[in-house]
Design a protein around this ligand. Structure first.
Ligand code: ADP
Ligand code: ZN
Ligand code: MG
Length: 483
């Protein structure tokens, strides 16, 4: 055994394999529906059931979505690519092979850029290829039997494989989030890890800092949420570090994440790895992708999150932080722009979205698409503050009410009598009351303790139940106190 190397520092090397389910209406090689949640095996046909004598036909939408994603990930789109058979025997795969791509994938040599702790990191995309999903084995609640649901067999996937460019868990999580944002923005995948439409298999290894060669990698499977991706990687790197520190060696293997115990356990070693006996799929013609199809897809690409972020900073002159928050989803960005179109004060709109609106959405577990406040009303509220009808503080209460009831700000303000008091006479009455109630403070003020002004303002605001115009209160108080 090697001597224990107590003070060696290790660096992580990580590469991610991501399977994204493409949002097509029908499967990749047949016309069956891809809808989630239908009765077992109700969405199958001889093709996806793998009956003898049938022929697959490529769904054109799958190709378009794959090209779209490849372009967004700065990949080269191969003018000539081919499907391959990946052979293995398992009940969820009735044909005995999965149609995938192997030596000639559709997309290669791309990259993605993501912000990690305020720095932009570029991570290479090794390849992205189309393939079909397998069915699902069901074991739970079935005595002495397993059942197979083949609704998912033949659902289109895009497998996106990163280069081993990732050096920390933070970078891996940032990569995955950015990749998901891009897929969702492109409208090619719904990005839902819990439902399995986005699956991630991290490959991880450690090497002593300063060493050029990579260490032996371990691949992790069975991770079905963002939180678990992070936890599984943390556990695995700690495990590997311990093995190395104790002078052991890392075995090249596939490990399963155990959600209950929050550990990884061996699934199969390198020796047990399948030999997939890949060979070109004889039932599908090779894909020749004409340049004009690629151009057509390129021209139809939507604005991606990073481009949108930059434009928001440039066009609306808001801080990069605001732009990042506002472009978290396409819908939120759209909401912001719709509000600014009506109420052209971007920073004010941004502040209100980032604090009040996001808080309400968060508390109610809703998405911006479910927001009960349309942009017109949101902008309407900000106008009420600007023209002095209500104070900013009251506006927050009105906002909560708008969110809860879906009513207009004008209606709520009127009904609850929340209109701001700007009338000098009315404010003076309040001031008189406050001064009469605090003769000692008033005396101290007269003796030069002018910092008490804030105290008096606070008292007047309180007495007005927040409705007095704070600017006016300030102005009139100063006058009164120095009289
Ligand atoms: P396989 O099918 O054998 O898993 P893939 O090419 O599909 O191979 O995926 C390999 C993944 O592992 C890629 O994301 C790659 O970046 C990553 N990888 C390769 N070598 C290492 C390593 N030494 N440490 C960590 N990740 C690695
Ligand atoms: Zn089918
Ligand atoms: Mg792998």
């Amino acid at each position: 055994m090697v001597k224990t190397q107590i003070d060696t520092q290790y660096e992580a090397v990580i590469g991610l394999e991501v399977h994204a389910q493409l949002k097509t209406a029908s499967k990749i090689f047949c016309g069956c529906s891809t809808k989630f949640g239908a009765g077992p095996n109700s969405q199958t046909c001889p093709i996806c059931l793998g009956m003898p004598g049938v022929l697959p036909v490529l769904n054109r939408r799958v190709l378009e979505m794959a090209v779209k994603t490849g372009l967004a990930l700065h990949c080269k789109i191969s003018p000539y690519s081919r499907f391959a058979r990946k052979n293995y025997f398992y009940p969820d795969l009735p044909k005995g092979y999965q149609i995938s791509q192997y030596e000639l994938p559709l997309c290669e040599q791309g990259y993605l850029e993501t912000a990690v702790n305020g720095r932009i990191k570029r991570i290479g995309i090794h390849r992205a290829h189309m393939e079909e999903d397998a069915g699902k084995n069901l074991h739970e609640g079935l005595e002495a039997a397993s059942h197979v649901d083949l609704n998912r067999a033949g659902v289109p996937l895009l497998e996106i494989v990163s280069e081993p460019d990732i050096r920390s868990i933070d970078e891996a999580v940032a990569y995955l989030k950015t990749l998901r944002d891009i897929l969702v923005y492109l409208d090619v995948c719904d990005g839902n890890m819990e439902e399995g439409s986005l699956r991630c298999e991290p490959n991880l290894s450690l090497r002593p800092v300063g060493q050029k060669e990579f260490g032996t990698r371990v691949e992790l499977k069975n991770i079905n949420s963002f939180r678990f991706v992070q936890k599984a990687m943390e556990y695995e790197l700690r495990r590997q570090e311990k093995v190395l520190r104790e002078g052991g060696r890392i075995a090249q293997e596939t490990r399963l994440w155990n959600t209950e115990k929050e550990i990884t356990v061996v699934m199969r070693s390198k020796e047990e790895a399948h030999d997939y006996r890949y060979f070109p799929e004889p039932d599908l013609v090779p894909l020749m992708i004409p340049e004009d199809l690629i151009e057509e897809v390129r021209n139809g690409l939507p604005e991606l999150p990073d481009a949108k972020r930059e434009r928001f900073v440039r066009e609306y002159e808001i801080p990069i932080y605001d732009a990042e928050v506002l472009t978290i989803s396409k819908d939120l960005a759209h909401y912001f722009e719709a509000c600014v179109a009506i109420y052209p004060q971007p920073k004010t709109v941004s502040n209100w979205i980032m604090t009040e609106l996001l808080r309400e959405l968060n508390n109610s577990g809703q998405e911006i698409a479910d927001c009960p406040i349309p942009p017109e009303r949101f902008a309407g509220l900000l106008k009420l503050i600007e023209d002095g009808t209500i104070s900013g503080k009251i506006a927050k209460t009105v906002f909560e009410e708008m969110y809860r009831t879906g009513r207009s700000p004008e209606e709520i303000v009127k009904e609850k009598g929340l209109v701001q008091i700007s009338d000098a006479g009315a404010i003076e009455v309040l001031i008189e009351d406050v001064l009469a109630a605090h003769p000692n403070e008033r005396e101290s003020y007269r003796q030069g303790k002018t910092q008490l002004l804030g105290f008096f303002v606070g008292q007047v605001m309180k007495r007005s139940q927040g409705k007095a115009n704070p600017g006016k209160v300030n102005e009139l108080l100063k006058k009164k106190l120095s009289a």
